[in-house]
Design a protein around this ligand. Structure first.
Ligand code: CTP
Ligand code: MG
Length: 245
């Protein structure tokens, strides 16, 4: 595999960078409707925004989207019809986010040595975040995640909703995507770690490999509940305004 070998050492790097976009979720917390990645934001499917945001980074060479089973053809057509600025392909997603990422991982060409994993549900990630994640991986960090400090006080509760402890907030981070990996490390993590984790860095952590946290961005938030759509439309409107259009 390119120059990275089994250790994930990218110091003599010649390989390409791929971005995997898990987009096969239903969007149950959004309420009834089309699969979340295909719902419209500013008149375009959320997925199209997400792929554009990745392709806007010159360092991303190719994008692989994991689509809902019944929407594979529709997603392929979308990727074809829009000028997205990077090679894009589609695979059928799986039962869980982890399965969807694993399926996309299997299709990557041999010369890819850095892999980003980016939620379709984070359509407005600024290109600076994408660039910073790739730069940190290329610099030798095997796993890199963008994050923000947590603003709310976080407490743990028991089954009866009674507080069992308050977690020291200064040490908490809310993790975003894209998460970036040396390809060899992400592949090993998917092959060896099989936990119910909600992100890819969680698999890498389980192998005892350090995961570097770098600054994320408010606009990289995940569209999860209906209110998030209101915020996303407002961010788009502000961007249009600042471009003078
Ligand atoms: N995802 C995926 N395959 C799955 C489940 C989720 O590719 N089987 C993707 C989603 O499409 C999304 C990302 O993983 O881009 C983050 O998941 P989440 O925000 O939970 O999205 P959904 O699973 O669609 O939403 P919900 O949990 O509310 O149903
Ligand atoms: Mg989900």
């Amino acid at each position: 595999m390119a120059s990275s070998g089994a250790t994930g050492d990218l110091s003599q790097r010649t390989g390409r960078t791929a971005a995997i976009v898990p987009a096969a979720g239903r969007g149950e917390r959004l309420g009834p409707g089309a699969p979340k990645a295909l719902r419209l934001l500013g008149g375009q499917p959320m997925l199209v925004h997400a792929v554009r945001a990745l392709a806007a980074s010159r360092v991303v060479d190719l994008v692989v989207v994991a689509a809902p089973e019944e929407s594979v053809d529709e997603v392929a057509a979308l990727l074809n019809d829009h000028d997205l600025g990077a090679d894009a392909s589609v695979v059928q997603g799986g039962e869980t986010r982890q399965d969807s990422v694993a399926r996309a991982l299997l299709t990557l060409p041999d010369d890819v040595d850095i892999v980003l994993v980016h939620d379709a549900a984070r359509p407005l990630v600024p290109v600076e975040v994408v660039n910073a994640v790739v730069a940190a991986v290329a610099d030798g960090h095997p796993a890199v995640v963008p994050a923000l400090a947590v603003v709310d006080t976080v407490k743990e509760v028991d089954e009866g909703s009674v507080v069992t402890r308050t977690i020291e907030r200064d040490r908490l981070r809310a993790i975003q995507t894209p998460q970036g990996f040396a390809r060899a490390v992400l592949q090993r993590a998917h092959a060896e770690a099989d936990l119910g984790v909600t992100d890819d860095a969680g698999l890498v952590e389980a192998l005892g490999i350090p995961v570097l946290v770098i600054p994320g961005h408010e606009e990289a938030f995940k569209v999860t509940r209906p209110f998030d759509f209101v915020i996303a439309e407002a961010v788009l409107a502000r961007r249009r305004e600042s471009r003078g259009g």
